[in-house]
Design a protein around this ligand. Structure first.
Ligand code: G6P
Length: 608
């Protein structure tokens, strides 16, 4: 999704902006551009496609510049083209704007501005901002930006400069993240902290409806009504090294291999084995409300939604809480009435997913207590919820989520355990669950040690164009997530199904041309799933089975077996998911796909 980077200071801004753009690449984009102040005159360059195209355009240009703005665009209004790429500008090329979000009333504004003689050169909603600022400009940029913001509706993360006021960049936020980076004799701003981490770890996250002015030697934050806002800078806990590939060919592979560590980080310091319970510091402020809660609604998108589905099984097993798991983009438009004491939990890696934020706001409006589970400290969901839990899994750069998924599942287990111990779970059972959680990092390492075996299976199957993934109970979400991973990065059509549902439709697809990945560890549904696998076998489809180590029955049915260590029933998805991530990764590798930046996908979806 769109990315913003802005710089003002003493260094070569082009270099800093280009480097920042590369750090935003993982979010997904289709065009990019930058505008800088170069020796008294602005210079703007844009391109479709990758940042390398921008680099080529800049290769023979010699610019000396100490300030500028740059952007990666993910098309919403208007196709990916050079004209539609940001920065956008006014007619005499003095005002330059980059924007994340959507200006909902742009069409009306555009018509009015055109009548006033403003020539438009793009199909975007963003361009109206540049012309509107020009319309209000009377020698000072900030008041003109404020007047412009007053006119527009929609969402924005905005960075603007005026060629006649090169000592400042104006920023504004409503619904699209923006963070200011505080350096020594330099200031940066970005939509994503990764873009500025190389220069500073001192940051300030802007809140909605705040405007900021950054200068080489200072900054000022204010509300839209110009009241000064005082905010203490925060320290980013990630290191720049966390955002690098560390010798792996792809971020996704690195992140898959980080899982022993990220799963450990998910429960480190959060368990009390002798009492068979967990402790989640972020939930302490609301623990009295949570102890006896009866209903939990989880809202999430994509992979985080699949983690939520797994949470449902855990809460059923350990607590008296009724859990509904809702796709955030649907929930936000439903008319759900949270009864007294309903808690709504948003699960989101980025903490910035527009649909999840909207679902959360809707729940809050109706009186629910809102919680967040996010990986990105300081993100919108983290700040807008009453309490929450961080993943502490480090940055996830690969667009397809892997390590955050397993981290989310483990944290959901800790959450269910925490409440379960106030409700129906015994200390002995709680202690057993903790022991199983503690074993996960080593068990995951064991699976990763056999990555070559999964690679060999991928090599055998990567040319197939359609896959079915099946599983029952808590391995149904595992199947959904396995299928999602495969389609996201290898573009192979894949569907996840509850194995018992095969006979109601998908069985029609079975043939030697459609391999079936069966998630079938030895749990309470084992025999039932075996029966479903037999149905598959009878239709001559190839079967890849993910099963518990030492399973003899499945070895009789198929040679393509992926074994995982034994664990408690509802933690099987953590272990079974790891080989499915690898399967997707290697299939994509053999198909020559761009694994970390799959087509059309964005890491953080900040528009509806
Ligand atoms: C995008 C990403 C997915 C992610 C989903 C939800 O679609 O490509 O990997 O699962 O957003 O993101 P969130 O940050 O809310 O977990």
């Amino acid at each position: 999704m769109c990315g913003i980077i802005a710089y003002i200071g003493e260094k070569n801004s082009v270099q800093i902006l280009m480097e920042g753009l590369k750090r935003l690449e993982y979010r997904g984009y289709d065009s990019c551009g930058l505008a800088v102040m170069a020796e008294g005159a602005p210079y703007c360059v844009k391109t479709t496609g990758r940042i390398i195209n921008l680099e080529k355009k800049l290769a023979n240009v010699n610019i000396s510049s100490r300030m500028g703005i740059a952007h990666t665009r993910w098309a919403t209004h208007g196709k990916p083209s050079e004209e539609n790429a940001h920065p956008h500008f006014n007619k005499d090329h003095t005002i330059f704007v980059i924007h994340n979000g959507i200006i909902e009333n742009y069409a009306i504004l555009k018509r009015e501005l055109m009548k006033l003689g403003h020539p438009f050169s793009s199909e975007t909603d963003t361009e109206v901002i540049a012309h509107l600022i020009e319309e209000f400009y009377d020698g000072e940029l900030l008041p003109a930006v404020l007047k412009c913001l007053d006119k527009i509706t929609g969402t924005f993360g905005l960075a603007v400069f005026h060629a006649e006021e090169p000592d400042q960049i104006v920023l504004a936020r409503r619904g699209s993240p923006l963070v200011i980076g505080l350096g020594r004799n330099e200031m940066l701003a970005a939509s994503d902290v990764n873009a500025i981490l190389r220069h500073t770890d001192k940051v300030i996250y802007l809140d909605d409806d705040e405007v900021a002015v950054i200068r080489r030697d200072g900054f000022q934050i204010m509300s839209l009504t110009q009241e000064t806002v005082y905010r203490t800078p925060e320290k980013v806990e990630w290191q720049i090294a966390d955002t690098e590939k560390d010798g792996y060919p792809h971020y996704m592979l690195k992140e898959i291999f980080e899982q022993p560590e990220t799963v450990l980080n998910a429960f480190r310091g959060r368990i009390i084995p002798e009492e068979g319970v967990s402790k989640l510091g972020g939930l302490e402020p609301v623990i009295d409300q949570l102890k006896h809660m009866k209903r939990l609604i989880v809202v999430a998108c994509g992979t985080s939604y699949h983690a939520g589905l797994l949470g449902q099984y855990m809460f059923e097993k350990m607590t008296d809480v009724d859990v509904d798991v809702e796709i955030a983009s649907e929930f936000r438009y439903r008319n759900v009435h949270p009864h007294d004491g309903t808690v709504v939990l948003a699960i989101s890696q980025s903490g910035e997913t527009a649909d999840s934020i909207a679902a959360l706001r809707e729940a809050r409006r109706k009186g629910a207590l809102t919680l967040g589970m996010v990986n990105t400290v300081g993100s919108t969901i983290a700040r807008e919820t009453v309490a929450g839990i961080y993943n502490h899994a480090g940055p996830e750069i690969g667009v397809a989520s892997t390590k955050i998924f397993t981290s989310q599942v483990v944290i959901l287990a800790l959450f269910a355990l925490l409440l379960g111990r106030y409700q129906k779970l015994s200390m002995t059972d709680g202690a057993g669950i903790i022991r199983a959680i503690q074993q996960l990092p080593e068990q995951i390492s064991h699976i990763l040690d056999r990555a070559d075996h999964i690679r060999a299976i991928a090599q055998k199957y990567y040319k197939y164009n359609s896959f079915l993934f099946i599983g029952r109970m808590c391995n149904y979400p595992t199947a959904l997530e396995g299928a999602l991973k495969l389609k996201e990065i290898s573009y192979i059509h894949a569907e996840g199904y509850p194995a018992g549902e095969l006979k109601h439709g998908p069985i029609a697809l079975l043939s030697p041309h459609c391999p079936v990945v069966a998630v079938c560890p030895q749990d309470s549904m084992y025999e039932k799933t075996i029966s479903n696998i037999k149905e598959v076998e009878a239709r001559s489809a190839n079967i890849i089975a993910v099963c518990t180590e030492g399973d003899d029955k499945l070895t009789e049915i198929t040679r393509d077996i992926i074994e995982v260590p034994a664990t408690v029933e509802f933690l099987n998805p953590v272990l079974c998911n790891v080989p499915l991530q690898l399967l997707a990764y290697y299939c994509a590798l053999y198909r020559g796909c761009e694994i970390d930046k799959p087509r059309n996908l964005a890491k953080s979806v900040t528009v509806e």
